[in-house]
Design a protein. Structure first.
Length: 168
């Protein structure tokens, strides 16, 4: 009888420890979720404010914790491209495509990136070659630049409304 009572008491004690461990585990997950949410909100706001250094910092933290978070990877690619870090942008965009092959905006941005890379190589060619083709190549490059510049995201009506509300 004493043996059964001892086993019962030990079982209760172990159960209580397990419950405490589950509570602690859930608390840690909650803290991580709050931290993730905080980084996401700060990154999103900084990106909207065009403070790309701060946005990059927070998106990088998010990607370290969630390596397959496509929105953060996409935004990091955009930030890298804006800073003319084309190789880094390409890496981020390729990661997005690997995660979500049908992400159309990423394919569009990769196309713009490839045009910028081609432009860089064509500039080198023009600077180092005196052939008659240079004028045609130069016109083509200017057309590519105009297209890339025209495809930058335009302000939406919601952005205008937000600016009006914030100005008051």
């Amino acid at each position: 009888m004493l043996k059964k009572l001892t086993v019962f008491v030990l079982s209760l004690a172990l159960s209580a420890c397990a419950i405490e461990e589950i509570k602690l585990s859930n608390a840690e997950e909650t803290v991580e979720e709050v931290s993730d949410t905080n980084h996401f909100l700060q990154a999103k706001q900084a990106y909207a404010d065009k403070d790309y250094g701060i946005a990059r910092y927070h998106y990088e933290i998010i990607v370290k914790q969630h390596p397959n978070y496509e929105q953060a990877l996409f935004r990091l690619g955009n930030i890298a491209m804006r800073n003319n870090k084309l190789d880094k942008a390409q890496d981020y965009y390729n990661r997005v495509v690997k995660i979500k092959p049908a992400h159309a905006q990423t394919h569009h941005n990769l196309a713009i990136l490839y045009l910028k890379q081609a432009n860089k190589h064509l500039n080198y060619y023009i600077a180092n070659d005196d052939s008659a083709n240079n004028k045609a190549v130069s016109r083509l490059m200017n057309a590519v630049d105009r297209y890339a510049d025209s495809r930058r995201p335009q302000k939406t009506e919601l952005d205008t409304l937000a600016e009006l509300v914030n100005a008051e």
